[in-house]
Ligand binder design. Structure first.
Ligand code: 6PG
Length: 250
């Protein structure tokens, strides 16, 4: 199967990125609802998607999409309580889920407040129970939203740990040396089983990693986001002008 090259869309700045990310998520969700009656969405953590979440929770998207048929999962989570300001769940709840009055039944959070390994096992079981599987039995998301750190990490797949380790796992709980903490994260196996993956990244701090990932040799150990190679799905990069400033001239 010839893998599709990633789509790369360049927008002017972070404000434009938020608008484009919101329209991308809305269009992908609408297509999933039309195709099979529901949309299983893995939300990204970090700060970049917050503005897009706010746009999705406001007119016109709030009324344009049948949010009752969208289910919300997470690409990764910090090992904190759900009320902690560091929690990706809390961030999504505040900016998107509560404003849209999303039922708790449609939200599947990673429990950052319990033992990391147990939280990973629990979430893998949730994915197996709730999502349809592909030919390998890997749960399939309609859309996985991701960001990228300045070091090329994505979700909670950080440099320094083999991103393909435990490749049969669906969810992992790595200890992240540079943060001196555990995290809970979807694995490359799940990311690459998704129908669509969107990576939204902006700002000058991401420029070196972005140039290395998009133009350099594939090196997932150094830049874990390089694991992205969906088997049948596609990857769309939404990036702002300063984040692509260091790419080689095309
Ligand atoms: C997290 C995210 C992480 C994030 C990147 C980019 O839990 O922090 O999953 O992978 O997407 O670190 O973060 P920003 O969007 O804040 O730059």
């Amino acid at each position: 199967m010839q893998r599709r090259a990633p789509e790369i869309e360049i927008v002017a700045d972070e404000t434009a990125l938020a608008g484009r990310l919101a329209s991308f998520v809305a269009a992908t969700a609408t297509a999933a609802l039309a195709a099979h009656g529901r949309c299983d969405l893995a939300l990204a953590g970090g700060s970049t998607p917050k503005a897009a979440y706010g746009l999705l929770a406001a007119p016109p998207y709030a009324s344009r999409i049948d949010w009752n048929r969208v289910r919300f999962f997470f690409s990764d989570e910090r090992c904190v309580a759900p009320v902690d300001d560091e929690s990706n769940y809390k961030s999504a709840k505040t900016t998107l889920l509560d404003p849209l009055n999303i039922s708790e039944d449609a939200v599947f959070r990673m429990r950052g407040e319990i033992r990391p390994a147990e939280a990973a096992r629990e979430y893998a079981a949730i994915l197996r129970r709730e999502l349809e599987g592909d030919a390998d039995g890997t749960p399939v998301f309609d859309l996985v939203m991701l960001g990228m750190g300045p070091d090329g990490h994505t979700a909670s797949l950080f440099p320094g740990s083999d991103p393909f380790a435990d490749d049969l796992l669906l969810v992992r709980a790595p200890y992240v040396e540079k943060l001196a903490t555990y995290r809970i994260t979807l694995t490359p196996r799940v990311l690459n089983a998704a129908r669509h993956v969107v990576v939204a990244t902006a700002g000058p701090s991401k420029a070196d990693a972005l140039a290395a990932v998009l133009d350099g040799p594939r090196n997932p150990s150094l830049y874990p986001i390089a694991v992205l190679e969906p088997h049948d799905g596609d990857v769309t990069w939404l990036v702002d002008a300063v984040a692509v400033a260091k790419r080689a001239p095309r």
